[in-house]
Design a protein around this ligand. Structure first.
Ligand SMILES: [Zn+2]
Length: 301
């Protein structure tokens, strides 16, 4: 099963592939089990910030753990956010990470040049796309500002939504996709990341809304599958309408991480108990929230 084809098929059927972040290695097993038991399809993914600031160790360690439990036809391994400029505004040797991910067997990659000016973002994305395509895999890119990873207070959510702060601009998106050649585009349309800086990471995310009309307009302009980051805590109706309008991959991090961490805390560090809690949370997300039970059968038709 190839990531590019899977996401394309999802889009054709107005469905969506969730991508679950695993900032703790022991999250990999229950996430995969939940996907298989729902007879669904999902990605397991890891971002650089998660092995740096949580306990996933490295992209290679996540790939190793994934290899132990993966199930062909149900799961895919994706490399999430490799920033060019990171959340602490440091330069990152992004190509080195992307090359390591190719060697470790990742089936798709993301390069995040969203903190750069448009021209620069196009240039670095093109470079990443070339590497990914040579390896025969998909490359996701981001345009617009999905806030929340930075180590500072965010403006109140309603203010972000009302002012359209950081929203992806349609003309820029059209040009960006044409020139960079990326496979999927992560957009800012009302979604926000869960905060990960030490001081904020246990906070409940504000309930986000999506500008569904804007999603539709962006999708019509770029004609490739759109990706929604910050998929935790978005109003369900907005998610379902967003999927119909062009979202074909949705990243889910905060909700699962906080579920797992809370269970660990309550159980005095009991990993198997936390894994069990996470397993049920992922099943509920797939079944009740995305209506993705039996997606595997639907996409193979
Ligand atoms: Zn993200």
């Amino acid at each position: 099963m190839k990531a590019e084809e899977t996401v394309r098929k999802a889009r054709e059927q107005e469905a969506c592939i969730p991508a679950f972040n695993v900032p703790y290695l022991s999250m990999v097993k229950p996430v995969i089990q939940a996907v298989v038991d729902e007879n669904s399809i999902a990605m397991v993914q890891i971002a650089r910030v998660e092995w740096e600031k949580f306990e996933a160790e490295s992209l290679e360690r996540v790939a190793e753990e994934y290899e132990k439990y993966k199930k062909e036809g149900y799961t895919l391994l994706h490399l999430d956010h490799i920033p060019v400029i990171d959340e602490d505004y440091q330069q990152v040797d992004y190509m080195a990470f992307l090359e390591r991910a190719v060697r470790a067997g990742y089936q798709s990659l993301m390069v995040d040049g969203s903190r750069l000016p448009l021209e620069e973002n196009i240039r670095v994305t093109k470079e990443a796309v070339r590497l990914a395509h040579e390896a025969g895999i998909a490359c996701e890119a981001e345009l617009g500002a999905v806030m929340g990873h930075e180590n500072r207070e965010m403006p109140p959510y309603e203010e972000i939504f009302a002012s359209r702060t950081g929203f992806t601009k349609t003309e820029e998106a059209e040009r960006f996709v044409k020139e960079s050649g990326c496979s999927w585009l992560s957009v800012a349309v009302g979604n926000v990341h869960g905060q990960i800086a030490e001081a904020f990471r246990d906070r409940k995310k504000p309930q986000a809304r999506l500008d569904v009309e804007h999603i539709r307009e962006l999708h019509q302009a770029v004609q490739i599958p759109l990706v929604l980051h910050g998929g935790s805590g978005v109003r369900q109706q907005d998610i379902l309408e967003g999927i119909a309008a062009g979202i074909a991959k949705i990243n889910v991090g905060t909700e699962l991480r906080q579920t797992y961490e809370a269970a660990l805390k309550e159980g005095d560090g009991d990993v198997s108990c936390a894994q069990d809690r996470l397993y049920h949370r992922v099943r509920a997300y797939i079944a009740d929230y995305l209506h993705n039970t039996d997606l595997k059968d639907r996409l193979s038709q």
